[in-house]
Design a protein around this ligand. Structure first.
Ligand code: NCD
Length: 334
């Protein structure tokens, strides 16, 4: 499977410049990202209705292929597809035939033979959703639900929606992303989205051991110290320590990490008084964030989860429209 870098060709737009797959924020313009946010806004209201359904994906089948553990992302993708009236398959990878030696390609071909229209893919290896998007038939769309350290574009977009709801716009905002940047696909996608949408400054705050070597090239200001990095920020995004991806000792201890980089009420006072606190989850209380902050008045962590459904409804419906438009144009040519 190919390892990805920022220059990997992006095949996610169709010839009409519409979303067709959603693999990464890379290559998408401010207009593309704003369209996703505006479409998500229209779906927020659906979630507050007593009958939470619209017929946009009626008769379509969405398969959730999660090769890595997930609660929020998998369930909100499932709810999003169901609220769009799609049929949803949750493939349990640990009991599927891939555990009997079947290759990923064979598994996909079998699902395509069942006329599945969309694959939502989470994989521990960077590039897996790109690989799948390159190998499926033109009748299928692929949505990246998080691949290795590479990208988690729907998480970034639900965070952008949450920021826009609370702050109105991106211009003029200073956003700090704190903690394990090195292993975080979420941070990579958020940084890209914030820069494309026009945030004034994106900061990362972490010890050098948790920063990628080329972090400066991401378009961020780097801080090793919370007291400088949090000064006057509008948004604080905390990240989980991704211990499952750590090789070797990158930290002295969790309690030392919390002392230096954990978000406490005292450290939060360095940010603007109306700053919001975000976290993609799962949160580790007392490791990267104090309970008083996670449950406090500035926390919008649960709003992020709710917004995840609307953003995923937007992305699923937009990719399906992109797929249909392309197939219709092909048929006209024939
Ligand atoms: C994140 C992920 O899986 O990348 N979680 C999520 O999707 N909500 C972040 C994490 O696992 O820490």
């Amino acid at each position: 499977m190919p390892e990805l870098d920022e220059h990997t060709p992006v095949l996610q737009l169709n010839r009409f410049d519409q979303l067709r797959h959603f693999l990464t924020i890379d290559g998408l313009s401010c207009q593309h990202l704003t369209d996703i946010l505006d479409t998500a806004d229209t779906f927020i209201e659906v979630g507050s209705r007593s009958i939470k359904k619209v017929p946009l994906l009626r008769g379509k089948t969405v398969a959730n292929l999660f090769f890595e553990a997930s609660t929020r992302t998998r369930t909100t993708f499932e709810l999003a597809a169901k609220r769009l009236s799609a049929d949803v398959l949750n493939i349990n990878i640990s009991t599927s035939a891939t555990s009997k030696g079947e290759s990923l390609s064979d598994m996909l071909q079998n699902l395509e033979a069942m006329a599945v229209d969309m694959f939502v893919v989470r994989h521990a290896q960077s590039g897996a959703p790109h690989f799948i998007a390159e190998s499926v038939t033109p009748r299928v769309s692929v949505i990246n639900a998080g691949d290795g350290r590479h990208a988690h574009p729907t998480q970034a977009m639900l965070d952008m929606l949450t920021i826009r709801q609370h702050k109105g716009q991106f211009n003029g905002l200073t956003v700090a992303i704190v903690g394990d940047i090195l292993h975080s696909r979420v941070a990579r996608s958020q940084i890209r989205a914030l820069n494309v949408l026009g945030a004034r400054e994106v900061r990362v705050i972490a010890p050098d051991t948790l920063l990628p070597v080329d972090v400066e090239s991401f378009g961020v200001k780097v801080f090793n110290d919370m007291s400088q990095g949090l000064e006057g920020v509008d948004v604080v995004i905390m990240l989980r320590l991704q211990k499952e991806r750590m090789e070797g000792a990158l930290l002295p201890s969790e309690s030392e990490f919390f002392r230096l980089y954990g978000l406490s009420e005292k450290k939060l006072k360095l940010a603007k008084p109306d700053a919001i606190v975000m976290h993609p989850g799962p949160i580790n209380r007392g490791v990267e964030i104090d309970s008083a902050v996670a449950d406090g008045p500035q926390s919008v962590i649960l709003n992020e989860v709710t917004n995840g459904i609307a953003v995923r409804m937007a992305v699923l419906s937009m990719a399906m429209s992109g797929q249909i438009a392309e197939l219709a144009a092909d048929e006209e040519v024939i």
